[in-house]
Design a protein around this ligand. Sequence first.
Ligand SMILES: Cc1cc2nc3c(=O)[nH]c(=O)nc-3n(C[C@H](O)[C@H](O)[C@H](O)COP(=O)(O)OP(=O)(O)OC[C@H]3O[C@@H](n4cnc5c(N)ncnc54)[C@H](O)[C@@H]3O)c2cc1C
Length: 384
Amino acid sequence: VDFALTEEQVLFRRQIIDFARKRLNEGVIARDEASAFDRDGFLACAELGLLGLPVPEQYGGLGLDVVSCMVAMEALGYGADDQGLAFAINTQLWTCELPILKFGTEAQKQRYLPKLVTGELIGGHATSEPGSGSDAFAMQTKAVEDGEHWVLNGSKTFITNAPIADVLIIFASTATGEKRGFGGGLSAFLVDMDTPGVSVGKPLHKLGLRTSPTAEVTLEDVRVPATAMLGKKGGGAAIFNAEMEWERSCLFACHLGAMERQLERCVTYAQERVQFGQPIGNYQAVSHRVANMKLRIELARPMLYKVGWLKDRGERAVLEAAIAKLYVSEAYVQSSLDAVAIHGGYGYMAEYEMERMLRDSVGSVLYSGTSDIQRNLIARWLGL
Ligand SMILES: Cc1cc2nc3c(=O)[nH]c(=O)nc-3n(C[C@H](O)[C@H](O)[C@H](O)COP(=O)(O)OP(=O)(O)OC[C@H]3O[C@@H](n4cnc5c(N)ncnc54)[C@H](O)[C@@H]3O)c2cc1C
């Protein structure tokens, strides 16, 4: 087992951290309060190459392997205080660009990837519906074939990037009756947001990740050409599952980076804050919290990177991605609670940023499949 990063990975990591600190952090408290997306920051990330990490050079990207993508995302999570912006970037990468790259036709790749990489286009994916979240494959959105077109009807909710998106990968049932259940008969479509019949609701007000806009999307007789289908008819579940493997590793590497930044701030605070005549870090109640935060980070990292390592060997990593996602998300929430506790009343105040980190962390046990769903996946893998 080799835990060492290559020289390129170390350099790129340093470059991303320096960039994020300089370019992405100013004004984050105000943006969080205003639920404002930092489009300039998004474009600056594109300029650095972050929006093209796994995309081959022929489409304008960097063509990195999975582990290098994870190193980059960990660095972004560590350097960038604006975790909503990082979330929007991850959404675009793993649930829009990656599926186009892996399942798209050459024409679809040429049309979308170069512009997604430069940030000229913003993308996302729409699976969840008001009546189906965890049970995603029970979706009611339908796509019906009409000559050389498909006509989509339905509604989607909780769609990250929807208010700012130019294109969404929309999942819909193309089943004609019996082929439902476990994703049979689901297909994916590349839908431009200016297509007649597509409407986006008002941005949803969220607990955390407020700088990443989210909304409902309604589809009323949305006609798209047959060439808008991504992958093959009935291939939607395979696309969704592939997306989830990437998201559960790379997005959560970003969360790991955020946990490292959080730990550093807690150590500094515990060294500087004096109560009863000594730094609070001298009290075991505080230092053990810090030790637990460190333990979670060190346990999370190998779990996450094992997913990248397997994927770089061309292997599937469904079980490992579920384990890593489950562990990192729950660790992130627990460490965020510890960080607030260590900071006392200051931890509850916006200025110290620990309350925002706590709010930002909570979504991680919900999106990409809730903790319960990860446990179900792991148990199913074990034969239950
Ligand atoms: C910040 C954020 C961003 C998101 N972005 C997107 C996006 O871009 N695109 C998209 O399509 N979706 C997105 N989602 C939606 C997300 O995927 C769903 O919220 C998630 O899958 C859970 O679905 P639900 O909210 O309908 O909850 P439900 O499925 O209704 O679950 C409610 C509760 O029941 C539990 N539960 C349900 N079924 C089972 C079961 N079989 N066994 C055990 N427990 C169960 C769940 O664990 C949960 O505790 C986002 C969500 C959030 C919070």
